[in-house]
Structures are given as structure tokens and as C-alpha cells.
Design a binder for this molecule. Structure first.
Ligand code: CUA
Length: 348
């Protein structure tokens, strides 16, 4: 009887020691998302269970080895026990019960982690060897007072606190894996196009700076495939998005297309060959244009540039002067103008 008491006390002491070690030692990264709280809760249940069974087994073995060892002068064999039906049924039934309970808890935790919020912010994530790019859709007011959608493309993942973000992730080459340890959950990012877009939902709940790490071996610079994550207040996020709706780090043609939409060019200039309020852009570059003064010019780079910054200088036959805003030289940077020209040139 005294053996059971001693073993029992040692098991309790060992379990508490191991359990409290994890819950108090700074082993895990910060909890910076609601999903992290849920995941850690499940992790802790497992940890305590493991601590208990580890203690139970280890204490029993060590206690037996020391206390029931052959003493000096002892002779003969130990008692032979072939089996014990009751004990074997018990030590089979208890683990089955535990596994079933953990399965139920695990499933409900998974459902909790994947819960969808209708108000989620969508961010498109593009992974490639060996960079991350994040694309947001922002509402921008045009000069005409219209609200239009524009893409904000960045290499830093900026997220508003306490709002679920839906990451729609795709890879341009090999398999990568999106992982922010402070958010706990991670997701493989697959190549193969729209069919293979993978989603991950995170609700950051702690402002701060974190890092996206690639958690899938993806080539030579896998270790350096990092990106900053910045969790800010919703107001800071809105300000950031509005500010960056003006920047573009895509290719020239794509940026040009964005400016053409953002600044309303395409409302008058079709990309399809149809005549609108203004001449179409399709097939414009390099072709001859009849102007309203009777002359004929070739639509070269200089012509396109002049048409943007000083539209009344060369009015195309059949179109009205003064319709197109005259102030694009001030509203657009020279880089933006060049990008729009690159976009027009690409429309052949
Ligand atoms: Cu991308 Cu490892």
C-alpha cells in the first residue's frame, strides 16, 4: 500500500512539474491571433495528458528498478506473471476513450479555427521563389467623385487588428507554405492556377511586427523567403490602404492598366476597338491618326505622351476638344504616364 502512495505522489509531482514548466516557460511564440488561443488551448490539453502518462510510466519503471531490485544475498527467480486480463482490458479501454475524446475536441477546435466571418478582409497572396507579395483591393475616389476599385500590391502584409483576414494564396512555381508562428496556423501554397488557390483565415488580435516564414523547402533561398507582417489598428489600416492605393510595384504595363482604371481613362477610351467618348486604345500605337486640323500623324511614343499631358494639342478627327481633363501632367507622375503609355503600347 505504501508503494502505491509513494508512486502516486511522485506521479502527481512529476506531472505538475512538466505541465507547469510548459505553461510558465516562454517556449511558445507570442499568441497574436484568435486562432492561436484556440490552438494553444488544444496543445495544452495534449501537453498535460502527455505529461501525466510520461510521468506514470517513468515513475513506475524507475521506482521498480530501484525499490524491487535484487538485494545483496537474495537468491532464485522473481515471480512469473504470464498475463492479467483485467489490467489489459483497462489499459486498452482507457486510451481508446481518451483518443475518442481528443478526436471530438480536435474536430470542434478545427471548426473553431476555420470559422468564417462574413466581414473578412480578403488579401491575395502570391508566393514565388523566393518572395511573398500581397494584394489588396481598395476603394478609391476618382476626380469625378466615383468610387472605383484599385489593387494595392505590397511586399508587407499589413493587417487590421481584430478583423478576420481571408488569405487567398497561390504560387507561381513550386510549393511554398505560409507560416507566421505567432498566428500558429499555416497553409501550403500551391502552383497550378485558380483551381489550386488555398485559403487561410486569421484574426490577428495583437498589434505588432511579425514575420511570414516559408515552411516548405522550396529551393536555394528557402530560408530567406521572409516577409514582414504588421498588425495595426483598423484606423491605421484604412489610412495605410488609402495611402498605398497610389503606389504600384507591378510591371509597367500592369501599373499602367491600373492607373488607366484608377484615373478613369478607360471610361472614355475603350480597350476593345469600339469608339467611345474618346478614341479606342486598341491598336493605336504605331498607326496613323487623322487629326481634326486635317493633318495625319503617326501615334508614336511622343504622340501618346502629348495626348495625355496636352490633349487639346492634337484632337483626333471626329472627337470633341476639351472633353478630356487637361491636368494629367499635374495629377500623374511622369512614371505613371510612362506606365500608361506602356499599357497602351501593349494593346495591339
Ligand atoms: Cu518558399 Cu520555402
Amino acid at each position: 500500500m505504501v508503494h502505491f502512495v509513494i508512486v502516486g505522489l511522485l506521479v502527481v509531482a512529476s506531472t505538475l512539474g512538466l505541465g507547469l514548466f510548459l505553461t510558465n516557460a516562454p517556449i511558445l511564440p507570442l499568441q497574436a491571433s484568435e486562432q492561436a488561443i484556440t490552438v494553444d488551448w488544444l496543445f495544452n490539453i495534449h501537453w498535460w495528458l502527455i505529461a501525466f502518462f510520461f510521468s506514470l510510466i517513468t515513475v513506475f519503471i524507475l521506482y521498480s528498478v530501484f525499490v524491487f531490485r535484487r538485494k545483496r544475498g537474495e537468491r532464485g527467480d522473481g515471480k512469473y506473471v504470464s498475463h492479467n486480463d483485467r489490467l489489459e482490458i483497462i489499459w486498452t479501454a482507457i486510451p481508446i476513450g481518451i483518443v475518442l475524446i481528443l478526436a471530438v475536441i480536435g474536430a470542434s477546435t478545427l471548426a473553431d479555427v476555420e470559422r468564417r466571418d462574413a466581414n473578412a478582409l480578403t488579401v491575395d497572396v502570391y508566393a514565388s521563389q523566393w518572395v511573398w507579395r500581397f494584394e489588396y483591393t481598395a476603394e478609391v475616389q476618382t476626380e469625378a467623385g466615383e468610387t472605383i476599385l484599385t489593387a494595392v500590391s505590397t511586399d508587407t502584409l499589413v493587417l487590421p487588428k481584430d478583423r478576420q483576414v481571408l488569405l487567398r494564396m497561390r504560387s507561381a512555381d513550386v510549393i511554398h507554405s505560409f507560416w507566421v508562428p505567432e498566428f500558429r496556423i499555416k497553409q501550403d501554397v500551391l502552383p497550378g492556377g485558380d483551381e489550386f488557390v488555398r485559403e487561410l483565415r486569421i484574426t490577428p488580435n495583437l498589434e505588432g511586427l511579425y514575420k511570414v516564414r516559408c515552411a516548405e523547402l522550396c529551393g536555394q533561398l528557402h530560408y530567406a523567403m521572409l516577409a514582414d507582417v504588421q498588425v495595426v489598428t483598423p484606423a491605421e489600416f484604412d489610412a495605410w490602404l488609402a495611402e498605398n492605393a497610389g503606389d504600384c510595384n507591378l510591371g509597367d504595363e500592369q501599373c499602367g492598366q491600373r492607373w488607366a482604371t484608377t484615373y478613369g481613362c478607360t471610361a472614355c477610351h475603350s480597350l476593345t476597338g469600339e469608339s467611345g467618348v474618346g478614341p479606342t486604345w486598341l491598336g493605336l500605337f504605331g498607326h496613323e491618326v487623322s487629326l481634326s486640323d486635317g493633318s495625319v500623324v503617326t501615334a508614336d511614343l511622343e504622340y501618346l505622351h502629348t495626348s495625355i499631358v496636352d490633349p487639346n494639342a492634337q484632337v483626333v478627327q471626329g472627337f470633341q476638344p476639351g472633353i478630356m481633363p487637361q491636368d494629367f501632367a499635374v495629377r500623374l507622375t511622369e512614371e505613371q504616364i510612362q506606365q500608361i503609355i506602356a499599357f497602351i503600347v501593349s494593346l495591339q
